[in-house]
Design a protein around this ligand. Structure first.
Ligand code: ADP
Length: 358
């Protein structure tokens, strides 16, 4: 008896996406099935090219489909289409997700995390933009190798600059580096509005917004101006930093912005000379805080001189190619966890029943 597509789909209905906790068929992730005698091919469309669980999905699909009598080999092919949020797309056409990166206080590595997320997601195959809205210290131009550059204007729209395949717009492009600016509420509002209304982002899977630390006007204005997929909070492991991180999470919750989770930066130290690991700031505090606040923990980035040097030199891609393997793995895990949580957030929001009032 020959194998049928129905049999294969029935088996795939038993395979859940490990993060979305629903089966691949009802999630519309099965894009095609091929049958050639006992050889079966399954095309799975992931919800992000930076899927953290590709290997697990491959194994689960193989196990399920080989249960069918007559199947002797299964090959799994992947593609990815990032899912978005229609509320975001109606405000920013072409942009599927907006992710705020915040921190309770300055200097914890928020901009570093923004850049690593952006370049990491781009390298995985996503279309990415970075909006640097850190009015107190816009460091994205330097970290992306764009210091001193100015964006161009085309038909009343600001065209973002591009570095490492990532579109970049920064409040720093508009300011003279020596200029001291005292931002008043209406100025902040005006600048954020201009970023949203006048920047020509084009098609983006992820727009990552680097916000100023703390709980000031910028997150408030941003949350009032565009719907966001969620916020990522960056903190270091010390207790004082964690107290501020908790405050930041509560602020986003009050602004009705979902928390995608916490990243612990400067989590531990890897000596570039001997390779030894040192828990310099008492690593692990952010994971505990995440558990306590019931938000996802997104991973740990070690304190490392290579990371700092690549940031200062504006060569963030080197973190993914030249850094110590343990650094690369840690950063890669954070990128994938964030991408996974964005998919989870979109799926959970897609399933929230909405009232339709005629
Ligand atoms: P924030 O945006 O929170 O103010 P930055 O990302 O600008 O922080 O980081 C502050 C400084 O710390 C920068 O010089 C950056 O290169 C450095 N830094 C950040 N994260 C790390 C890390 N994991 N290892 C080494 N240096 C880091």
């Amino acid at each position: 008896m020959s194998v049928t597509e129905e049999q294969i789909l029935d088996q795939l209905r038993t395979v859940n996406d490990p993060e979305l906790h629903r089966d691949l068929v009802s999630l519309k992730m099965i894009k095609g099935v091929t049958i050639d005698g006992g050889r079966v091919g399954v095309h799975v469309e992931l919800t992000t090219p930076a899927c953290p669980l590709k290997d697990q999905i491959t194994g689960d699909v193989e196990t399920a489909v080989t249960r069918i009598e007559g199947v002797n080999s299964v090959s799994v092919e992947f593609s990815a289409r990032v899912r978005g949020n229609s509320a975001i797309e109606s405000k920013l056409p072409g942009v599927k997700n907006v992710i705020a990166v915040g921190a309770g206080k300055g200097g914890v590595g928020k901009s570093t995390a923004t850049v690593l997320l952006a370049v990491g997601l781009q390298r995985a195959g996503a279309k990415v933009g970075v909006l640097d809205a850190d009015i107190y210290g816009p460091s994205i131009p330097t970290m992306m190798g764009l210091a001193g550059c100015k964006p161009s204007i085309l038909e009343d729209k600001i065209v973002p600059l591009e570095a490492y395949g990532v579109k970049v717009m920064s409040i720093g492009f508009m300011l003279n580096p020596e200029q001291a600016v005292v931002w008043r509420g209406p100025m902040v509002h005006g600048a954020i509005k201009q970023f949203i209304d006048q920047v020509e982002w084009g098609e983006l899977d992820y727009l990552i917004v680097d916000l100023p630390p703390g709980t000031g006007d910028v997150p408030l204005t941003l949350a009032q101006s565009i719907p966001m997929t969620g916020a990522v909070i960056v903190c270091t492991p010390q207790d004082v930093a964690l107290i501020d991180a908790r405050r930041a999470i509560r602020m986003y919750q009050q602004l009705n912005v979902n928390c995608l989770g916490i990243i612990e930066n400067m989590s531990y130290y890897i000596c570039p000379h001997c390779g030894e690991r040192d828990e310099i700031f008492d690593h692990g505090g952010a994971a505990a805080a995440a558990r306590e606040m019931e938000v996802p923990f997104l991973g740990e980035i070690p304190l490392n001189a290579q990371l700092r040097a690549y940031g200062d030199a504006g060569t963030p891609d080197k973190t993914f190619t030249d850094a110590d393997e343990r650094i690369r793995q840690a950063v890669d895990a954070v990128v994938r966890n964030v991408a996974g949580q964005i998919s989870v957030m979109n799926e959970s929001q897609a399933n929230v029943p909405t009232l339709s009032v005629e």
